[in-house]
Design a binder for this molecule. Structure first.
Ligand SMILES: NC(=O)c1ccc[n+]([C@@H]2O[C@H](COP(=O)([O-])OP(=O)(O)OC[C@H]3O[C@@H](n4cnc5c(N)ncnc54)[C@H](OP(=O)(O)O)[C@@H]3O)[C@@H](O)[C@H]2O)c1
Length: 423
């Protein structure tokens, strides 16, 4: 095994976690030498001692430094200094190890081409699901399989919010505010709660499993902002948990990729993961269904994944950036956004007037959408009531047409919420 000289960009949660691992007595300390470090503020208080490393004010100068073999990029963000420094490192024939899902999801193809031209590697185990070795599982363990689907809970912040809403019965906004106070959600939580962060991770896993190139723009994104306590309560009554599910499914030459709130049957392992824990289910032939569960974030789990990439590089493992089971197989078209065939949960908010339920049933029947269950929640303090139904299996576009027709009626005070059921 050869020893690696690394330049470390970013000394925040993950960067400091890596310094701690490199300074300990584990295997990492014997194979890497940190040559230089760079972050925004040289004088910031840090949980680790960085005084023995050369400091670089400019991340790009460290990326180009002739004394490093590997640039470890732990700044984050799709663009800006992270991408600039990664490009410079690759052009200077240095491997890049990164935890930056946003950069890979949005610029992975460009970066992979530059890596290939320069004969170097990009490694990114930490970019998806923190400490869970899902990238390695897809690239190596399942390399001879045909992947059918990937689905999982890949965003700790939204999972924490849904878990807390479920436990306490509180509204989304109040739980989000608490999560921000506790440091479990960013000051700007948009990427986490709107599905963007899970979408970045899904783009990377899909590239490995199906397409060979991340295509973030092809992923349909829906967040958790519209979920109300009544949805969580009703879902549980029906035997489901609501999770923000990232999923990619290949069927008939088409690839469907989405991030959306989904009702998951309570006996599914994905329904059981609470808080910041991540879970990923992979269904493949001939292996069957595999479940991966573990810490999706935090200094230790994420640094562990970065360190695994460094160990691989030290072993001299080399392969194309997004090589996975798919390469040389099918070329997939993007499935139409609303063509999913599934059972659906629909929640209406309606004025409490007689005849509303009959109107809903008639309209759905005319569109050949069969209702499996119908529940009217007792009215809260307002005159509006929540009506929830679940359908039998139907096409989502047919259901949307029916709901569109209903939306013209006076009794309907809000846009209905639609979520698929995963049994
Ligand atoms: N945190 C997690 O649990 C986790 C899990 C999986 C993946 N990731 C990914 O890991 C990466 C790092 O995340 P993190 O949580 O460690 O972030 P963080 O705690 O916010 O740390 C970011 C670091 O980057 C430095 N930085 C920011 N802008 C910079 C700039 N323009 N030039 C130079 N340095 C700059 C900061 O410097 P200062 O310290 O001086 O401010 C800080 O040291 C991200 O891509 C993230 O998505 C994180």
């Amino acid at each position: 095994m050869k020893s690696l000289r690394i330049g470390l960009l970013g000394l925040g949660t993950v960067g400091a976690g890596l310094v701690q691992m490199a300074s300990g007595d584990g295997p990492l300390s014997t194979i890497i030498e940190i040559v230089g470090v760079s972050a925004r503020n040289r004088n910031a208080a840090r949980p680790v001692d960085i005084s023995k490393y050369e400091w670089f004010d400019d991340p790009c100068a460290l990326a180009a430094n002739p004394n490093i073999d590997v640039l470890v990029e732990l700044i984050g963000g799709a663009n800006g200094k992270a991408k600039e420094a990664a490009l410079i490192a690759l052009q200077n024939k240095k491997h890049v190890v990164t935890a930056n899902k946003a950069m890979l999801a949005e610029h992975g193809v460009e970066l992979a081409q530059i890596a290939a031209q320069n004969g170097v590697e990009i490694r990114y185990e930490a970019a998806v699901a923190g400490g869970i070795p899902i990238v390695k599982a897809l690239r190596e363990g399942l390399a001879a399989n045909k992947i059918n689907s990937i689905m999982g809970v890949m965003n700790g912040t939204s999972n924490y919010i849904l878990t807390e809403m479920q436990k306490s019965g509180r509204e989304f906004a109040s739980v989000l505010a608490d999560a921000q106070r506790l440091g479990l959600a960013e000051a700007d939580p948009t990427l986490d709660i709107s599905g963007g962060d899970a979408g970045h991770k899904l783009a990377i896993l899909s590239a490995l499993a199906f397409s060979g190139a991340p295509d973030y723009a092809a992923i349909s994104l829906e967040g958790i902002e519209e979920i109300e306590p009544v949805d969580l309560e009703t879902a549980q009554f029906l035997g489901y948990a609501i999770k923000l599910i990232a999923s990619a499914q290949a069927h008939d030459g088409k690839l469907r990729q989405s991030v959306r709130p989904t009702l998951v049957k309570l006996n599914n392992p994905i329904a059981q993961v609470d808080g910041a824990t991540n879970a990923v289910l992979v269904n493949a032939d001939p292996v069957g269904t595999l479940t991966f569960i573990g810490s999706g974030a935090g200094a230790g789990p994420t640094a562990s994944a970065v360190a695994a990439d460094l160990m691989d590089l030290a072993h001299g493992d080399a392969r194309p950036v997004f090589s996975g089971p798919c390469i040389g197989r099918e070329v997939f078209e993007t499935a139409d956004k609303n063509s999913l065939a599934a059972k659906f949960y629909v929640r209406f908010r309606v004025a409490d007037k007689p005849g509303v339920i009959a109107k809903i049933s008639d309209t759905l029947a005319r569109h050949q959408v069969s209702i499996e269950s119908f529940l009217q929640k007792p009215p809260p303090s307002t005159q509006n009531v929540a009506i929830v139904l679940t359908t039998q299996i139907c096409n989502e576009d047919v259901l949307i047409d029916a709901l569109h027709e209903l939306s013209g009626l006076d009794e309907f005070v809000d846009k209905p919420l639609i979520m698929p059921l995963h049994d």
